[in-house]
Design a protein. Structure first.
Lengths: 111, 111
């Protein structure tokens, strides 16, 4: 996974709870992204960042917040979890050849 | 709006050649990528086309025609391990941080 770590691997939340999905990289890459993947679907972009202090919205940003205080970390916050946010979440970094390297994912269930 | 269309399923036998097509309609275009994803795993990068033409990487090749908003992934000498989902993705931003994915094509290779 090219040095991209995500924690936790699995998480179960109740509706209304908040939590932070962690993403860290040790390759000093500027560009990082968050995606969600639902069964039978492609990945949908939530938020992305082109460097520390710079973030932007993707296709499905509602219900999620991000910040990028350091190059290494790009946490994704669920403000008030809803069953519709049950999904697999992938963090990614952009490599030098326009490829994206994905972390192993966090499998989130919201009851 | 932005959309990518690819077939939902393709089946083939070992040793065969298969082509997975992708047509796209996006507001910004900086290149077409292909990713492979095995069940339960993270997507892994296969290829990237920024310009028209064919890119070859071992058994896999990818083609792009920007005038037709069309690309394809060609898999040769199919092996059982090639059974996976394949996603085309368009770069939405110049930095290459934000990708818009198709819904994926499930390839089943049989002996």
């Amino acid at each position: 996974n090219a040095g991209v770590t995500q924690t936790p691997k699995f998480q179960v939340l109740k509706t209304g709870q908040s939590m932070t999905l962690q993403c860290a990289q040790d390759m000093n890459h500027e560009y990082m992204s968050w995606y969600r993947q639902d069964p039978g679907m492609g990945l949908r972009l939530i938020h992305y960042s082109v460097g520390a202090g710079i973030t932007d919205q993707g296709e499905v940003p509602n219900g999620y917040n991000v910040s990028r205080s350091t190059t290494e970390d790009f946490p994704l916050r669920l403000l008030s979890a809803a069953p519709s946010q049950t999904s697999v979440y992938f963090c990614a970094i952009r490599g030098a050849k326009n490829e994206q390297f994905f972390g192993p994912g966090t499998r989130l269930t919201v009851l | 709006g932005q959309s990518l269309e690819q077939p939902s399923e393709v089946t083939a036998v070992e040793g065969a050649i298969v082509q997975i097509n992708c047509t796209y309609q996006t507001s910004g275009f900086y290149g077409l990528s292909w990713y492979q994803q095995h069940d339960g795993g993270a997507p892994t990068f296969l290829s990237y086309n920024a310009l028209d033409g064919l890119e070859e990487t071992g058994r896999f090749s990818s083609f792009l025609s920007r005038s037709d908003s069309y690309g394809y992934l060609l898999l040769q000498e199919l092996q059982m391990k090639d059974s996976a989902s394949y996603f085309c993705a368009v770069r939405r931003d110049q930095a290459g941080t934000a990708l818009i994915f198709g819904k994926g094509t499930t390839l089943s290779v049989s002996s």
